[in-house]
Design a protein around this ligand. Structure first.
Ligand SMILES: O=C[C@H](O)COP(=O)(O)O
Length: 307
């Protein structure tokens, strides 16, 4: 849609109320036993299993893809009465796309690529657009772009909208996730406004963080972004997905995020087409909890070393 500046500038965020609401969530939402196992299995299907390290190798990416294809040991799945599941996607840097596409062939698991000068997003604009094109050509079905934080910090909503529109167009058929890098946006009000602008410009998902900022996904930021998604849906009828990313490594945190989605947006947003975790180490903890549910014992972390 066209940029609606009145809507953007009218978006507010009451920080103390948001923090209070987020703080009460862990006490109010406690899921136990079989229900917990079910929520954790759902969480797995929503993970963008991620490796974004300077020392990534083809071998590491192939191992990660093997994990994405079979994220939970077969004996645990059997004990839980589940058929095979997979993660939502595998998320890598551009140079690893072809390896991941090859390793995931025939599974239907999409490859997501971080792009546009990730994580800072400060490379020349034409190069950022070209990078998207190269990643789509290499087989990425999802592109995680980073926005220019300075456009938010200076309130230049038109520049942010134009940038996001150009990224959206460069993605073609690929889905585009807009990484706001919320830890660098200064205020929750800025987070609300940037969320709206990116949705107006065509983002399929809005995502909190690159995982490289000093503050990454948090519950207060999530509440603001999720409410912006709800507002956008109420006014336009268009569903935009949500991806908290960075620092989510515990199964109990995953359940909290799912509970927040269910409370604020309902069950429709608890599926991988509208919800993802960006996480490199969450899966290992979820597997430990599932093993505990099945056997009554906690396994050592190294038994689930990858993911
Ligand atoms: O988008 C995904 C993040 O980079 C993953 O962050 P993490 O390594 O803290 O889980």
């Amino acid at each position: 849609m066209a940029l609606d500046l009145d809507w953007v500038r009218g978006a507010q965020a009451n920080t103390s109320a948001i923090e209070r609401r987020a703080a009460t969530l862990p006490g109010r939402r406690s899921v136990k036993k079989a229900f917990q196992a079910a929520w954790l299995l759902r969480a797995i299907t929503c993970i963008d299993l991620t490796t974004l390290s300077g020392d990534d190798t083809e071998g590491r990416v192939r191992r990660l893809c093997a994990k994405a294809r079979q994220p939970v040991r077969a004996d645990l799945l059997d004990a839980l009465g589940m058929d095979a599941i997979t993660t939502g996607a595998v998320c890598v840097y551009h140079d690893m796309i072809e390896t991941a596409v090859d390793a995931l062939r025939g599974t239907g698991i999409p490859v997501a690529a971080v792009s546009t000068g990730f994580p800072a997003g400060l490379s020349p604009f034409p190069l950022r657009l070209a990078e998207i094109g190269e990643s789509v050509k290499a087989g990425a079905g999802e592109i995680d772009i980073v926005i220019s934080r300075r456009h938010v910090l200076t309130g230049n909503w038109t520049a942010l909208y134009d940038e996001m529109r150009a990224f959206r167009d460069a993605c073609g058929e690929a889905h585009v996730k807009a990484i706001l890098a919320t830890g660098e946006l200064g205020t929750l009000r800025n987070v609300a406004r940037a969320s709206l602008v990116c949705m107006m410009a065509g983002a399929d998902f809005i995502k909190t963080s690159t995982g490289k900022e000093s503050v990454n996904a948090t519950l207060p930021v999530s509440l603001v972004m999720i409410r912006a998604i709800r507002d956008y849906f109420d006014r336009t009828g268009h569903r935009v997905g949500y991806k908290p990313a960075g620092g989510i490594s515990k199964a109990k945190d995953a359940v909290l995020y799912l509970a927040l989605m269910k409370d604020e947006l309902g069950d429709r947003w608890l599926r991988p087409d509208l919800f993802r975790f960006g996480a490199s180490s969450l899966l290992g903890d979820i597997e430990r909890q599932l093993e505990h549910h099945v056997t009554g014992a906690y396994s050592a972390g190294y038994r689930h070393a990858l993911g």
